[in-house]
Design a protein around this ligand. Structure first.
Ligand code: GTR
Length: 325
């Protein structure tokens, strides 16, 4: 009898912790991020991961992989689609090649200002769009700020749209962006973000276009000193999950993840605004020529025909976005 009690006691000693451990094994999800640590979208990802961790009592861990460690955006999006990467934060530009109606959100000179854009993204239209990504293999989780994109180049001070004529301008892997650059009479060159610096340095391209945080953080300002603040697009950043991998989680866990992504927005926006200021200060101090464009009428007119070329679903969304007051 004594021996039996001893054996049972030993079994308990081994089995109970093993069972507890098995139960406590966390769900680990990988999130791909283009930008390096400390960039405002990366900080937003970290906040999102923190909220998920706290709210799930450590059951769900999101590991953020910054600096394109898991690949450039287009390749990452493909991997998310077939479940090899669980989550990513990307610009909607390359994602729109997979989900064409997203183009409505990156039309040139669409939003009156950042407040208008955020009313749209956080309101019914934004929520509807996030929910509509599932048939394409993605679960839309939340939006981050990507500010306004403007042209920069290594050759000359661009002050009017016609100054861009004939210039080779790098664009994201996005049909709409190719069309936008063509509208200005420039030659669009699609290229992954990670290759832009050397493209500018070696003269493969004359210029590119991006928001101040990217212009500064990726050091493009070192090799393209002329920055024209034409602010042609405001392109939201998006966090999406893989329908395959998040689809394996319970509905409650999926909802927890969705809510956390949405709740990380305000934190990311605060970081964003601070980083825009820091970037402008740094590039100005580095001697870049910053060209403000207070009157953008001519720029707007040049890209206006793009609106008529869009498919009906994009035109309808554009009309709804414009009607948001
Ligand atoms: C940045 C954006 C990145 C990437 C990059 C690019 O503004 O945050 O996700 O899309 O632009 O131009 O490739």
């Amino acid at each position: 009898m004594k021996r039996f009690i001893k054996v049972a006691f030993f079994m308990l000693l081994i089995l109970v912790p093993a069972m507890l451990f098995a139960q406590a094994k966390p769900i680990v999800l990988r999130l791909a991020e283009t930008h390096p640590k400390g960039y405002p979208t990366e900080m937003g990802d970290e906040e999102f991961a923190r909220l998920v961790n706290v709210r799930s009592n450590g059951r769900i861990i999101i590991e953020v992989y910054p600096g394109s460690q898991l690949g450039e955006e287009k390749a990452v999006i493909e991997q998310v689609q077939f479940g090899a990467i669980d989550l990513t934060r990307v610009s909607i530009s390359p994602l729109a090649s997979f989900v064409p109606k997203l183009n409505a959100f990156q039309m040139p000179y669409l939003y009156r200002d950042a407040d208008h854009m955020w009313k749209v993204l956080k309101g019914d239209i934004g929520k509807e769009l996030l929910a509509s990504l599932e048939p394409f293999g993605f679960i839309g989780l939340g939006w981050f700020d990507g500010g306004a994109r403007s042209f920069y180049n290594s050759k000359k001070a661009v002050r009017t749209p016609s100054d861009l004529k004939g210039m080779k301008i790098r664009v994201q892997e996005s049909e709409l962006m190719l069309d936008l650059v063509r509208s200005f009479g420039a030659v669009p060159t699609p290229m992954p973000y990670g290759e832009v610096y050397s493209g500018l340095q070696t003269g493969v391209i004359d210029g590119a276009e991006n928001n101040p945080p990217s212009y500064y953080s990726a050091s493009h300002y070192e090799v393209a000193k002329f920055y024209t603040l034409d602010e042609h697009t405001m392109v939201p950043e998006i966090i999406v999950g893989s329908k395959i991998s998040l689809g394996r989680l319970s509905k409650a866990d999926q909802d927890l993840i969705k809510q956390a992504a949405f709740d990380a927005i305000d934190y990311q926006r605060t970081q964003w605004n601070a980083y825009v200021k820091l970037s402008m200060d740094k590039v100005t101090a580095a001697g870049c020529t910053i060209i403000p464009i207070p009157d953008k009428t001519e720029w707007m007119k040049t890209v206006e025909p793009m609106y008529k070329k869009q498919p009906k679903e994009v035109q309808d969304l554009v009309a709804r976005i414009r009607a948001v007051k």
